[in-house]
Design a protein around this ligand. Structure first.
Ligand code: 26W
Length: 801
């Protein structure tokens, strides 16, 4: 079926037929979940032919394909994106209107696909969309977790984690199980080398555990272009022939654990055996199928890099070069040197963080136990690397710093860099930091491998789907071309002084705020006015992201108002959304504190509603779609140098929020695009932060004692002002004062307060503010992930459309 010819009437017939046949029910009686499932089935029928055709064409034309290996994918809901990209969103909405079905309710019946923690997983999902949209052959490779990122509930102000059983009763309606592509994975046991019949060493496995990897493909539909790529997610099963090895339920459960949960930790690495198994499982399964499908083309294996790129998304799949070597040498008989040459040309790696605590290092003993043969191969790679550098006459310390295995640990980033041809950071500043600091030694060895790829976002989700009113306003102003070519947003600049246009955009923002205000009232009972500035910080809770700096400022405003209830200020609503890693004690204390502070402030009538604080539970992609378009202020206030890029900053910009930011990550590039007048920047620069490190001259207690306003704010944590938060308050106080404020909150406090005052004064002049907002939208096109992925495709993977 070609969708250009689809009419509303045909859709209604298809929908009713499917509902009747498959659910045995008629429209008025069906639940939203039944309607959703039915709709998904109808859509699947519409795109299946294109999907088959795409797969056939790619193999027939022997095109080069990139495989994006990632332990996280965070697409959120798929329904609306799929409809939009197929070009039938409006048609389906109109059909539902005729049927008297509430499209919103049906849409909300879909559970977020939350197989990711935050930025890294969301970026991976964005890349899937953009690969299909730009037309480059690029497939995802990951794990089919039964439970996604935990569901967060707030109870008595505390975060409580509940399992996210996202399959629910509906399952994943988009996936297709591919039994013909299963592969086996070997773990544990012993490996020794024996001489085979050809006189070559070959590994003999003893007592290995053999598991089956079963792929499920999720279609990735391009925007109005008929392209459909695959996101392949692996599940684990016990092969029938080994069933006797798992006599008890507990034995079986231990296997199922491999794909049971997504590790909820971000930015803090834990060397857990199960995690290593997860990483290897998805990597080996992916590489095995890649080699098999390549060989079907009848081409020589030593040239596989000409048809295949494997991208290592952060260090989690960094075992890939070693596993690829194992397959090429052990299983397919290639000579080491030929195998190594093609491996290096196949692999590429993205680093997503400079925080050293997030760089994976495996205990060599554990690694050897789980992956005995891969361990031997890593030792061989390392020995050859060291010998090669020694032969070049390299400095012994440099060799020691860059080698893979040392002090009983395997350094996965080192393996990814040595075993690949490309290393990239995710924003200009981040890549500079990698070169001059975090990965400097490797930059000395391989300057040609380093490159930058600034992150991006799927503009379609954040405008057309999340912000329909805004999208309509843009249409009215510059026509609809921007929906296909986001750079057309630039045309809005011509209207920066057009009062009617500015008023229209202001109105659109008010509507989005009203929707969010309604949600806030329903979920928290807090009433907020759309006349207030909606000041938003939504992201994972982490000390370096400095939600606490935001809190310090809120407390300052609280005291200002207590001292002077007539203080002249634009009313503010501070909106937070954040999950903390379950084991991250400090982050959880910050959540508790925000909630108790919110209770104190929201219930104090003397503040006359000039100040409100809201913590929205269970921040996820779908909630972001509600929050982002409603923001006036986008808080991007990490300590300079710590946030690799950030991507929510881009979403806020594109929907007309003003960024309040430090010069960190992609904030710098946002400033370059929108211009100094349309952003509010404050705080220490990366050089100033590094200067403090070098001189060891930062003394937070001194700052605290010399600044009475700040002192009063900080003392608020421990003097009983905020009820029910004694232990959290003193923990926070200690971090700031006793432990010398690792992230320079106190150093940036004054600058942040001034920046906030500037926000206040800018907002008073509605015209000025609306102009700034429009200029942000107009200049946000640079941050489309369509362009980011084009750079990956052309500069790293060497793909053709
Ligand atoms: C091993 C535990 C672990 C898990 C995940 C450590 C580190 C991570 C990720 C690297 C954390 C992450 O999501 N990083 C974010 O990546 C985004 C996409 O590039 C960037 O925009 C964010 O700045 C960066 O924090």
């Amino acid at each position: 079926m070609t969708l250009e010819n689809l009419t509303k009437e045909q859709f209604i017939r298809d929908f009713k037929d499917t509902l009747h046949e498959e659910q045995l029910i008629k429209v008025p009686a069906a639940t939203p979940a039944e309607l959703f499932t039915t709709l998904a089935k109808v859509i699947r029928k519409y795109y299946t032919d294109s999907w088959l055709e795409r797969n056939r064409k790619l193999s027939e034309e022997q095109q080069k394909i990139a495989y994006y290996f990632s332990i996280e994918f965070l697409p959120g809901r798929m329904l609306e994106t799929n409809l939009l990209n197929l070009g039938i969103l409006d048609l389906v909405k109109a059909g539902f209107a005729d049927l008297d079905v509430d499209f919103e309710a049906v849409k909300n019946a879909e559970h977020d696909m939350a197989l990711g923690n935050g930025g890294l997983g969301r970026l991976a999902a964005a890349f899937m969309d953009s690969l299909a949209t730009t037309g480059y052959p690029g497939f995802g490779n990951g794990l089919r977790y039964k439970y996604g990122l935990f569901k967060q509930r707030i109870v008595d102000g505390y975060q409580v984690e509940l399992p996210d059983s996202w399959f629910g009763s509906i399952g994943n309606v988009w996936e297709v199980r591919k039994d013909h592509d299963v592969v086996d994975i070997k773990l544990f046991g012993d490996v020794y080398l024996a001489i085979d019949e050809n006189g070559k060493f070959s590994p003999v496995y003893k007592d290995a555990q053999v598991l089956r990897a079963v792929p499920y493909d999720v279609p990735q539909i391009g925007f109005e272009n008929g392209n459909i790529n695959n996101l392949r997610l692996w599940d684990v099963e016990i092969p029938e022939e080994y069933e006797l090895n798992y006599p008890t339920l507990a034995d079986r459960r231990a296997v199922q654990d491999i794909t049971a949960i997504l590790y909820p930790d971000d930015s803090n690495y834990e060397g857990k055996q199960l995690r290593l198994v997860q990483e290897y499982f998805m990597t080996s399964a992916g590489l095995q199928t890649i080699i098999k499908s390549y060989l079907k083309q009848g081409l020589p294996l030593e040239n596989i890099h000409e048809k295949v790129s494997v991208h290592i998304n952060d260090t989690h799949p960094a075992v890939a070069p070693a596993e690829f070597m194992r397959l090429l040498v052990d299983e397919y008989g290639l000579e080491w040197d030929a195998a190594w040459s093609t491996t290096v040309q196949t692999m590429s790696y993205t680093n997503h963080t400079i925080l050293s605590e997030a760089l994976e290092k495996w205990d060599a003993g554990l690694f050897k136990k789980v992956l005995p043969r891969v361990y031997q191969i890593i030792l061989e790679i390392d020995n050859r690397f060291v010998a090669g550098l020694a032969q070049e006459g390299r400095d012994a310390d440099l060799i020691e710093r860059t080698r893979i295995v040392k002090n009983g640990q395997i350094h996965m980033a080192n393996l990814a860099i040595i075993g690949g041809h490309s290393v990239n950071g995710v924003a200009k500043l981040h890549t500079e930091l990698l070169k001059e600091d975090t990965l400097h030694d490797f930059y000395v060895l391989y300057p040609e491998k380093f490159n930058n790829k600034t992150n991006g976002i799927v503009q379609r989700r954040w405008t057309q789907i999340a912000a329909p009113e805004l999208s309509a306003a843009i249409d009215e102003t510059i026509g609809k071309e921007w929906r296909k070519d986001i750079h057309q947003l630039k045309k809005l600049e011509a209207f920066a002084d057009d009062d009617a246009v500015l008023a229209n955009f202001y109105q659109v923002k008010q509507e989005a705020k009203a929707r969010l205000a309604k949600y806030i009232l329903e979920t928290t009972g807090v009433e907020v006015s759309t006349d207030a500035i909606f000041d938003v910080q939504v992201k994972r809770l982490h000390a370096y992201k400095r939600q606490l700096l935001n809190v310090l400022h809120i407390i300052k405003l609280y005291w200002d108002l207590k001292d002077n209830p007539d203080k002249d200020m634009v009313p503010r609503v501070f909106i937070f959304g954040a999950k903390a890693a379950p084991g991250y004690h400090f982050a959880k204390s910050v959540i508790k504190l925000i909630n108790e502070l919110a209770n104190l402030i929201n219930n104090d009538a003397s503040l006359q509603s000039k100040l409100k604080v809201v913590f929205l539970e269970n921040y996820n992609v779908s909630l972001a779609e509600l929050i982002v378009p409603a923001a006036n202020v986008s808080e991007q206030i990490s300590t300079a140098s710590k946030e690799a890029s950030g991507t929510s900053n881009m979403k806020f910009m594109m929907t007309g929020a003003i960024t309040l930011a430090t010069l960190d990550g992609a904030n710098i590039e946002i400033k370059d695009e929108c211009g100094d007048d349309n952003i509010v920047i404050f705080g220490l620069t990366k050089d100033e932060v590094y200067d403090h490190y070098a001189k060891h001259d930062y003394y937070s207690r001194g700052v605290y004692e010399n600044n009475p306003v700040l002192k009063r704010v900080v003392d608020t944590f421990i003097n009983g002002t905020i009820p029910n938060s004694q232990s959290e308050g003193s923990e926070i106080y200690d971090a700031l004062i006793t432990q010398n404020d690792e992230y320079f909150l106190l150093a940036d406090f004054d600058a942040y307060v001034s920046a906030q005052e500037r926000i206040d004064s800018l907002y008073r002049d509605q015209r000025t503010w609306s102009r700034m907002s429009l200029m942000n939208i107009a200049t946000s096109g640079k941050f489309t992930s369509d362009d980011t992925i084009t750079e990956y495709a052309e500069e790293i993977w060497n793909l053709k459309k």
